[in-house]
Design a protein. Sequence first.
Length: 103
Amino acid sequence: MADLSQKDWTKQLEEDNNSVVLDVRTQEEVDLGIIPNALHIDIYRGQGFIDEVDRLDKTKNYYVYCKAGGRSAQACAVMNQLGFANTYNLVGGFSEWEGDVAS
């Protein structure tokens, strides 16, 4: 797992053709806006989160975010334990996001 600033996270994501953006916030938070094309899996689903994440393609690079960066860091740690080699945590999360937002 790597903690990346929004600048580094965005730059690396733009250059990565094997990437998946993963939003681990609650549905209520997602309803307020989401980074375009992000996959949403709520980390608060517990075992359901682990089961759903474990079905994802482990050869991809995952750019993970939540509201402030705490839950996404936890998600990256869980994903690393499940065998994901490349996970990138967005420091500051969606609350500090300055890029595009979809509804």
